[in-house]
Design a protein around this ligand. Structure first.
Ligand code: 4AD
Ligand code: MG
Length: 476
């Protein structure tokens, strides 16, 4: 007989059939009722064991223990569940020392504490829900693009370029630390390195995705990216996953439409497929919100917020308009912003959140940023000051998407690269697409963990990736 998933048993109204369930004990009361969870859903199944069971066996049924149970599905007498399993055979697969098991604690463990035991936190309701939702979102990403004829392109993890030109890369090398090979001028001789050159982990698959788009028209990447930025915030990881579609013949407007439809689609997918998990997370968030002072509480519950995003167009404004709104805002006039506001600034999180949470109260797409705060590849606008960039700002998160129309004109691109000291010889392959049949194109990057934060209502990015990598932290 094969194992029955708890989710399948609970979803079905059928009774009086035999099953084998396997999972971990969440609780055991009155030496009779086991709440068993196998991760297939939020809910536990109730297992009722014979009161005359062997005492030695009973002693081993502790929170955290792994069990296999053969039994009969019957209508439940108790409240809270339609069906339960009347056990005929209980096998202990793995005992759990209740005294030492960190999740045995009766009080709800804090998220901070659970981060220290990230190898065990999957066994809590919160993390079960978060990672089931994360899975659904990832699946929805592939489904969205597949349904629209995009090609999933696997861009490299090890590269010799810094796509964003921000110098925040992790080096990849096999050179020894001692007696490192050096050239005559004393500098490190990367000819001796594994790849015969200096290499690093990718910060973005965009440049390679652009090459694919110049033949396949519609491509996307979905992979891990790495940034050695020393920002210890609730929104930054050193290793995070990014989705980057790149589309030939798209301009900035088409790029915004794609991003907006894409976000709505994956949110709707989670609403349709993770109802129980999202309701649990909504409840969790509502309790957390109650701890906050009145004026800081959000007006919408989690599910309401997600439905709102699915049913309403995002606001679209230019960077120049955004700065104007900030300068006119009561917050600015009352000197509530910590950072300066003027045309040319890279907006801080407090500015982005003001626009999204206070002013528009919905996601906002900001376009046409000053060229000096954006990457070299963005298409230069005719005003000579701005580029065809777009950032999507989400309530409670800030920037969730960064993208642009790309500079497809060879001369303009080379000139900008020179101005920004980006080596044109090394990126000859990138420039070749502009030499051989260049075409307008556009794309964007969605930070996957920021999206998971948004959908789950969690507040720290470390709690939506199984094993977070942050400065001074790479455990597990
Ligand atoms: O705005 P970014 O840097 O854009 C790019 O990398 C472009 N190459 C994307 C493209 O056009 N194909 O990053 C894109 C998104 C951000 O909006 C943010 O959501 C996320 O990636 N992101 C991070 N998420 C977690 N931790 C970090 N350190 C992040 N840095 C960026
Ligand atoms: Mg960005």
């Amino acid at each position: 007989m094969t194992r029955n998933k708890i989710n399948d048993i609970l979803l079905s109204d059928q009774t009086n059939y035999e099953v084998i369930v396997k999972g971990w004990v969440r609780s055991f009361r009155n030496n009779q009722f086991i709440a068993l969870n196998d991760g297939s859903c939020m809910a536990n199944i109730q297992i009722v064991i014979d009161l005359n069971s062997d005492e030695a066996l009973i002693r081993k049924i502790t929170t955290g223990a792994a069990l296999s149970i053969k039994g009969q599905v019957v209508a439940s007498q108790g409240k809270g569940q339609k069906v339960e399993v009347k056990a005929q055979e209980v096998t202990i697969l793995g005992e759990c020392d209740a005294e030492k098991f960190p999740l045995q604690l009766k009080n709800r463990p804090s998220l901070e504490y659970l981060r220290e035991i990230a190898h065990l936190r999957f066994r809590t309701n919160t993390f079960g829900a978060v990672f089931r939702v994360r899975h659904s979102l990832a699946f929805a990403v592939h489904k969205f693009f597949n349904d629209r004829g995009f090609v999933y392109l696997h861009t490299p993890i090890v590269t010799a370029s810094d796509a964003e030109g921000a110098g925040e890369t992790f080096r990849v090398t096999t050179l020894p630390f001692e007696n490192t090979p050096r050239k005559e001028d004393g500098s490190i001789d990367f000819n001796e390195d594994f790849f015969g050159r200096s290499t690093n982990l990718t910060v973005s698959g965009q440049l390679e995705a652009e090459l694919g788009a110049m033949a396949l028209s519609e491509v996307y990447t979905f992979g891990p990216t790495f940034r050695a930025e020393n920002s210890n915030t609730a929104r930054h990881l050193a290793e995070f996953w990014m989705i980057e579609p790149e589309v030939a013949f798209n301009d900035l407007d088409a790029n915004m439409d794609l991003a907006e439809n894409f976000i709505r689609y994956i949110v709707q997918y989670a609403l349709d497929h993770n109802k129980e998990d999202l309701e649990f997370l909504a409840q969790r968030l509502a309790e957390e919100e109650k701890q906050k002072p009145q004026q800081e509480r959000s007006e919408m519950g989690l599910i309401e917020k997600l439905e709102f995003v699915c049913n309403n167009k995002f606001e679209r404004i230019t960077y120049t308009e955004a700065i104007e709104i900030l300068l006119q805002s009561p917050a600015y006039k009352k000197k509530k912003f910590q950072y300066e506001v003027k045309w040319g600034i890279d907006m801080q999180s407090e500015h982005e959140r003001y626009l999204v949470e206070k002013h528009f109260k919905k996601p906002v797409i900001v376009t046409n940023y000053p060229k000096d705060i954006k990457a070299f590849y963005m298409r230069q606008n005719d005003d000579g000051k701005t580029v065809a960039a777009m950032d999507i700002l989400a309530p409670g998160i800030g920037e969730i998407v960064g993208g642009s129309q790309r500079e497809e004109r060879l001369e303009r691109l080379e000139q900008r690269m020179n101005e920004m000291h980006i080596p044109t010889e090394e990126l000859y392959w990138y420039l070749d697409t502009r030499r051989f049949g260049t075409a307008p194109h556009a794309g964007f990057g969605l930070g996957f963990e920021r999206m998971v934060l948004f959908v789950t209502g969690m507040t720290n990015i470390r709690d939506v990736i199984p094993f977070p990598r942050t400065p001074k932290n790479a455990e597990f």
